[in-house]
Design a protein around this ligand. Structure first.
Ligand SMILES: [Zn+2]
Ligand SMILES: [Zn+2]
Length: 297
């Protein structure tokens, strides 16, 4: 599949001139030399990987991912266009004039605590979570499901480009990994057995494995299982998705008392992650957080 472009089209490499003689060639330099002859192509845009690359993604595709930035809903991670003033009232009111606020500006909660799982007293919620708390204790997604990230997830799932799990897990860790509890356990959303067999892998498990390693957290693939086959969520309307996955998962009793981090590649309506969270909570988990690489917005 990989084209072999002529040498003059190879990606420029500043370090090339510094390559040591063959004998002490480090693995990295060897890869660089091979890349020069057979440039690795970005699976999204098919250009040779250049500066800023996050193998196998090229720099522009990596940089073009629409990361979700705060403020976001403290419960589900939905990006909020502007801080909502209402929650400030819900927080314990400081004595008159005693706050850190300056002038007449209302005090707002800080939006700097990126990635910090919200406490139960979290006060900034999206409309949906205000109306009905989600099935999990907190949720975050790294980026919007669009552009190069959408293409990368397709290439991973349907094109078998497993190497993409690495930058996608890195994206998850870099956007959502700050201050995760050290005793949390990472559990990937399971695929149906037939689907995993057909695909050869579970993309959520690949991403979760890499993310857990980078975070120094435990990974437990078997703590959550599908107990019945479901239709692919992508083929269903939003309203049908909850019913499709209801009761489809069962968690191991080992989740009891643990802070479980459920990891999936894409959150669309959140129905799958919510159902997984219900199963984990029903089995006695102390807290359930959900992490998705991408969220459909
Ligand atoms: Zn690219
Ligand atoms: Zn929300």
């Amino acid at each position: 599949m990989r084209a072999v472009p002529t040498l003059e089209h190879a990606a420029p490499r500043a370090r090339l001139g510094a390559l040591p003689p063959l004998a002490p060639l480090a693995a990295g330099a060897l890869v660089a030399a091979l890349d020069l002859l057979f440039p690795a192509l970005c699976p999204v845009c098919r250009t040779p990987l250049g500066p800023g690359r996050r193998d196998p993604l090229c720099g522009p595709c990596w940089g073009g991912i629409a990361r979700i930035e705060p403020p976001w809903c403290e419960a589900c991670g939905l990006p909020l266009s502007a801080p909502r003033p209402v929650p400030v009232v819900a927080a314990p009111a400081p004595p008159a004039g005693g706050g850190a606020g300056d002038g007449g500006a209302p005090e707002r909660v800080s939006f700097r605590a990126e990635g910090v799982p919200p406490s139960p007293s979290a006060s900034v919620l999206c409309g949906a979570c205000e109306a009905r708390p989600p099935a999990y204790d907190w949720g975050r997604a790294a980026a919007r499901y669009e552009g190069p990230l959408r293409e990368a997830l397709h290439a991973l799932k349907f094109g078998g480009r497993r190497a993409l799990a690495r930058p996608l897990a890195d994206l998850l860790v870099e956007q959502c990994g700050a201050a995760l509890p050290a005793d949390a356990v990472v559990v990937p959303v399971p695929l149906g057995r037939d689907r995993e067999r057909a695909r050869g892998f579970n993309q959520a498990a690949l991403i979760a494995g890499r993310a857990a390693k980078r975070l120094g957290l435990g990974l437990e693939r078997r703590w959550l299982a599908r107990v019945r086959a479901t239709s692919p969520q992508s083929e269903l309307a939003a309203a049908e998705r909850s019913a499709n996955v209801r009761g489809a998962f069962r968690a191991s009793p080992e989740v009891r008392g643990r802070h479980v981090l459920l990891v999936d590649d894409v959150m669309t309506t959140g129905a799958t992650l919510a159902e997984c969270a219900r199963a984990v909570a029903a089995a006695g988990a102390a807290r359930v957080g959900v992490l998705a690489v991408a969220r459909v917005l």
